[in-house]
Structures are given as C-alpha cells and as structure tokens.
Ligand binder design. Structure first.
Ligand code: GDP
Length: 445
C-alpha cells in the first residue's frame, strides 16, 4: 500500500531523525521533500500546499527547534497533520439512527467496486446482528443484478428480486416496501454506474434519493484512479450530497493520492476501505492507523482487532492451559496456530501491520514464508501420527520418509520443518519464562 510514498517519507524521516540540532532551513529542506513525495503520490496540489504550510507553521517554532529531539518532533507533526488531513478524530461511523429499515445508497462509476462493496457492507452489518436486504438497482450493466444475487447466496443474505426490465426507481420503491413488511433493519441499494458522470444518471440517482431519503449515500471510489477519483467524488457530492466514501482497492498499488485528498477536497469522510476482492476485505477506516502504516509505524490495533475477530477463543484458552500445565508446545499446537494466522488474511498484509516488519520483510526478499510454503508445512504435519505431533523427537529416519511420501514432499523438507519447529519451540519456552512483562520489554528493545 502506497509503497513509493512510504519509501520517500522514510528517507526524509531518516535524515530528520539524525538531526540533533535543527534550523528553519533544515525544516524547509525536509518539507520540500515531503511536498514532492505527496505530489508524486498524486495528492491534490492545493491540499499539498495547505498541508505543508500547516506543518511548517507548527515546526519552525522555537519550542520545537530547541527541543531535545527536534527531528522526532517534526516527524510527529507530519504524522499528526496527515491524520487530521484524512479526517482523523472526526466521527466517521455509519449513521443508522433512524426508524428501520434504514436506507443506504451506494453510488459511483462502473468498475469502482460498488456491487462488491454492497456485499461486503451487508456482511459487515450482519456481523453486527443487523438484518440487511440487498437491492440490485443497476439495470444497465448486464451482469450487475446476477452478481449481487450470487454474493447474497454466498453470504446467506437476502437479495431483492429485481429484474433488468424494471425501472430503477420502481425497484427501489418496491424493495423499501418489502423491507418494511419483512422486518429488515438496513436496505443496501446498489445503484447504476457509468464510465463517467452524466446528467441522465444523476437525475435517476436524485430521484431515488428523494424517494428513499437514505441515511447514507456512500460514494465508492477506486483508489487506483488517484486524483480522478477525487474529481468524480466532487461531482457526485455536488449533485447528490454524499455522506461518506468507501475507498476500494487499497490492496493494489495505488499511490495514495485519493486516500490523502478525498476528505480534504469533498469535506466528506472516508468510512470504509476495501482491501481485496474477497467479501471480508472491508475495514472500517481509521485515519491514524492508515498514516501509521504509510509511515512504516505498523498498525497493531487493526492486527489485534483482526486477531480477536478470527482467533478461536477456545483454542487460545486450550493452548494457554496446556502451556501452563505441561509447558509444552507441540506440532499439533504449531499447526493450529498456523491455521489461525491464515484466517486473518494474507501473510503480507499481516506483516505490514507489525511495526517495522513490512520494510524488514522487503529487505529480506524471498526469506518470508509464502502461502504455498504454509500449505506444505500443514500437509507435512497432517501426515504425522498424533504421537509424532505430540513428541517430534520420536520422528526417526523411516518415519521422516513415510511423512514425506504422505505429504507429497521430500525428506529434506520434513527435516527443515522439524528444525524450524525445534527453534520455534525454544523461543516459545523462552517467552514463557519471561512472562508478559518481559515480552513487552523485549519488543521495545
Ligand atoms: P461496480 O461496477 O462498481 O459494481 O464494480 P464491481 O463490484 O463489479 O467491482 C469491479 C472489480 O473490482 C471486480 O473485479 C472486483 O472484484 C474488484 N474489486 C472491488 N473491490 C475491490 C478491492 O477492494 N480490492 C480489489 N483488489 N479488487 C476489488
């Protein structure tokens, strides 16, 4: 995510960190580079100008320049101002405070990820114990209605029975009525898109808006399109009065311009970000966390939340009890842990959330375990007997051969896994001795 911008800012920060004494001139130099980095990331020109002015205003005060670590202070100011720029500290939660069914309209250009985001949002709301109804109202894109129906089936969420021959406004009216009669809490409307803004589409959307009086009109923006996404958002906002933005495809190699300027230009907050094609790849947007990620400071909070949402609590308690009783961590536990980690998403995305890890992994190129390798490890452990998993020291030569054959791997690969596991086991034992306090100290150091 935003790799070039991250690398550029990292360089500026490296220089700043080294500065024991700073002058206004140093700040100016650093900010010139920050400015260039932001412009190259396709951040709106005006937004960059105002941003740099703000940082300069705060950074050149004598208090900062004469502090013990002026470089660090300037970095902190850049961090804080970036958070503010993206709407940090303001309320960006979904507004569902109305008599149900509450209407949410998703709007945007074709291909931005509207239909996919409808599915993701429905899943998100279902997890919050809401009863959502999905309504396909895009009668122009041939496959849109069917696409939403497929998503609904996957999620086990009802999709209103629209037909491409109906008028969008009629569909929306009928769906709203149906939702009221059938006790739905939220109705998500997937509206039509176009390749570019056109009057006819806007009129149709205005008609739907006036009919439904939605609590939320969310503009779906493709982060990969940079400034263009911001311009289109402005167009939709002028006509419809959007209430927020869903920024999709942040998992791709977007430069960052849309994410950094859309709030500042439209005045409307980013509420969600799309991080993949899968239906669970939708995160609530937190400006501070995104900035920490851009600046390579990790995003531990999202990681913890993801862990809490996906980790099997029973498994965690079981492992804790077992470790307390026997102090043993065996191959069975190792495999369970791997499975839990896999549930949290791609390894790369997890690594990027750990402070410093994203960069370290990049430097180690090729040293990180791939998804494929994880599968191989699982296959090897699956081919062991329960006894072998409980005590790997009994795995002799002939057992290794049998396991390799059973898992479609080689004896060498089995050897390698066992070696790695013994090392992991040692670390786990060490950590246990240190206890949680020692662990924290270890991480800081
Ligand atoms: P619509 O025309 O706006 O309804 O767009 P779709 O929902 O059909 O999405 C267009 C394409 O973008 C599809 O291939 C989606 O799988 C993909 N897509 C949507 N959201 C994301 C995202 O957050 N990340 C990635 N990588 N792809 C996405």
């Amino acid at each position: 995510m935003f790799a070039t911008l991250s690398d550029k800012l990292d360089l500026v920060f490296k220089k700043l960190r080294g500065q024991g004494v700073m002058t206004e001139e140093n700040v100016k130099d650093a900010l010139r580079e920050v400015r260039l980095a932001l412009l190259e990331a396709d951040v709106n020109f005006k937004v960059v100008k105002e941003f740099v002015e703000k940082v300069r205003g705060r950074a050149v005060g004598t208090e900062v320049l004469q502090s013990l670590a002026p470089g660090q202070q300037v970095i902190k100011i850049v961090h804080d101002e970036l958070v503010l720029l993206m709407g940090g500290g303001e309320d960006n939660s979904l507004d569902l405070a109305a008599k149900p069914p509450v209407a949410i309209m998703l709007v945007g250009l074709q291909g931005a990820g509207k239909t996919t985001s409808c599915g993701k949002l429905a899943k998100f709301l279902k997890a919050q114990r809401k009863k959502p109804l999905l309504v396909p109202a895009d009668v122009y894109r041939p496959a849109a209605i069917e696409q939403l129906k497929v998503l609904g089936r996957q999620l086990d969420i009802e999709v209103f029975g629209s037909e491409a021959t109906q008028k969008p406004l009629d569909i929306c009216r009928a769906a709203n009525h149906y939702a009221t009669l059938n006790g739905f809490d939220v109705v998500i409307f997937d509206t039509a898109g176009r390749h570019q803004i056109d009057d006819y589409l806007m009129e149709e959307l205005e008609g739907i808006r006036d009919e439904l009086a939605p609590r939320e009109i969310l503009f779906v923006a493709d982060a990969m399109t940079g400034q263009e996404a911001v311009n289109v958002a402005t167009g939709f906002n002028d006509r419809l009065g959007i209430t927020g933005v869903i920024l999709t495809k942040l998992d791709g190699d977007a430069k960052g311009g849309a994410a950094l300027s859309i709030k500042a230009v439209t005045g409307k907050p980013v509420k969600f970000v799309g991080l993949g094609e899968k239906l669970d790849a939708l995160d609530v947007f937190h400006a501070d966390r995104l900035v920490s990620r851009i600046l390579g400071m990790g995003d531990v909070l999202t990681l913890i939340e993801k862990a809490q949402a996906t980790m099997d609590e029973k498994e965690a308690v079981r492992l804790q009890d077992k470790m307390k009783k026997s102090g043993q961590f065996d191959l069975e536990d190792f495999r369970n842990q791997l499975q839990q980690i896999k549930k949290m998403g791609s390894l790369e995305s997890i690594m990027n959330m750990i402070p410093g890890m994203g960069k370290a992994m990049k430097q180690m190129q090729g040293a990180q375990p791939s998804e494929k390798e994880l599968k191989r490890i699982e296959a090897i452990i699956d081919s062991m007997t329960a006894k072998e998993r409980a005590n790997h020291t009994i795995i002799n030569g002939s057992r290794r051969l049998r396991i390799a054959k059973g898992s479609g791997t080689s004896v060498q690969e089995v050897n390698q896994l066992l070696k790695r596991f013994s090392e992991a086991q040692k670390v786990v034992k060490q950590l246990q001795k240190m206890g949680p306090k020692g662990l924290l100290k270890g991480m800081k150091g």
